[in-house]
Design a protein around this ligand. Structure first.
Ligand code: CAA
Length: 287
């Protein structure tokens, strides 16, 4: 096996990208976060600093570890700054065209032919992203769960072209370096977790949409009746309703099963900009 990557780039500094960058920096890795512009770059830095402060407040890190993690992070709005990376994790918006363009550009920018280009996509085929590059054998899915610093799982998704060496290195990176637990999935929309989770979230949205039960009662039902840490509508708000809708679209496009089709209420809420926690209102309101 070639060397396990130590110089990491993360494209996208939203809730997933920032979380991925945070766990990389906390694992001692030199980490560069690339965002679209200066304002988004500052927002990503703020998001990570806030989460590290929270880790200190919860006793998961001390102030020295927080400062050391922050010192390992660099931020840029120029994708060219990822040229020397050994692993780049793409975590931009869940849109196939946007992600494909990122992979097309990374293929030209990242110099090391052994570098791994990973995607945090939830449902877009890894193969499609690999085929946007001239090195599909080095492209792999590395799918984290939100909140990334808290949830231990990553899904590792291999396309038909992903090489055995790429798989071995990314698995060692996820488990040995980041300390996550990895499960493997084939390259089908939704992989393992979202193929199960999204129909459940959509069923909860349909319940609220039809007036069958209120959003609060649906959530209380699953929290108190099944010991889920949060009910499905709170979870949809946490993930982001735009992301839930995009994953549903990918699943429906792949399998054509009605349980994957986004309910009209979800589509209307996305059009209305009611995206959940990140906009302050979804199925619930947030201050
Ligand atoms: N760094 C490290 N640890 C942290 C932390 C941070 N920044 N912030 C919080 N924690 C720790 C806390 O110390 C606490 O740890 P202990 O249990 O050991 O005490 C734990 O995380 C829980 O933190 P809180 O007490 O603040 O919060 P909570 O108990 O209300 O839980 C939650 C919040 C973790 C979000 C929980 O409600 C939960 O797990 N919800 C479900 C989330 C989920 O299902 N996510 C998956 C979404 S699907 C996805 O992401 C993939 C996709 O493709 C859509």
């Amino acid at each position: 096996m070639s060397a396990v990557p130590r110089r990491v780039g993360v494209v996208g500094g939203g809730q997933m990208g920032a979380g991925i960058a945070e766990v990389c920096a906390r694992a001692g890795l030199d980490t560069v976060v690339c965002e679209a512009n200066a304002a988004a770059t500052s927002a990503a830095r703020e998001r990570i600093a806030r989460s590290l402060d929270q880790a200190v407040a919860r006793g998961k890190a001390d102030a020295g570890e927080r400062d050391a993690a922050l010192a390992r992070l660099a931020f840029t709005a120029d994708l060219d700054d990822l040229a020397d990376r050994e692993l780049v994790v793409e975590a931009v918006v869940e849109d196939a065209e946007v992600k494909t363009e990122v992979f097309r550009r990374l293929d030209k920018i990242v110099r090391d032919p052994d570098a791994i280009l990973a995607t945090n996509t939830s449902a877009i085929p890894v193969m499609r992203l690999g085929m946007a590059t001239g090195r599909a054998d080095h492209v792999v899915g590395l799918h984290f769960f939100n909140p990334v610093p808290v949830l231990p799982l990553v899904e590792i998704v291999t396309s038909l072209h992903t090489g055995a060496d790429t798989l071995a290195r990314v698995e060692e990176f996820a488990t040995g370096v980041l300390g996550k637990t990895a499960i493997r999935s084939q390259d089908r929309a939704g992989f393992v977790v979202n193929a199960l989770l999204i129909p459940y979230l959509l069923a909860a949205i349909r319940m609220a949409e039809s007036g069958f039960a209120t959003a609060s009662d649906v959530d209380a039902g699953m929290e108190l009746g099944c010991a889920h840490p949060m009910g499905p509508l709170k979870l949809a708000d946490l993930i982001g309703l735009d992301t839930v809708a995009s994953i549903a679209d990918s699943l429906y496009a792949e399998f054509k099963e009605p349980s994957y089709a986004p309910p009209p209420l979800l589509s209307r809420m996305v059009e209305a900009g009611l995206l959940g926690r990140k906009t302050g209102r979804g199925f619930h309101t947030y201050s």
